[in-house]
Design a protein around this ligand. Structure first.
Ligand code: SF4
Length: 62
């Protein structure tokens, strides 16, 4: 699975970057997926990060 952040939805709480810093970073006021970590979605912490993102901006896709 792949992970991405929908910047149109993200409002910059930075929770993803605190929760899974190996995958997410906080840049220019938005959560972003670190380069090269887009295929990290097998990690169960990402499911939790997506569920807890307050704006539902973290997208997990097949
Ligand atoms: S947790 Fe969600 S709203 Fe907060 S920075 Fe990450 S993607 Fe954006």
């Amino acid at each position: 699975m792949k992970v991405s952040v929908d910047r149109a939805l993200c409002y910059g709480s930075a929770e993803c970057a605190h929760r899974v810093p190996a995958v997410f970073a906080f840049e220019d006021g938005y959560g972003v997926v670190r380069p090269g970590r887009e295929e990290s979605a097998d990690d169960p912490r990402l499911v939790e990060a997506a569920e807890k993102c307050p704006s539902q901006a973290i997208v997990l896709t097949e």
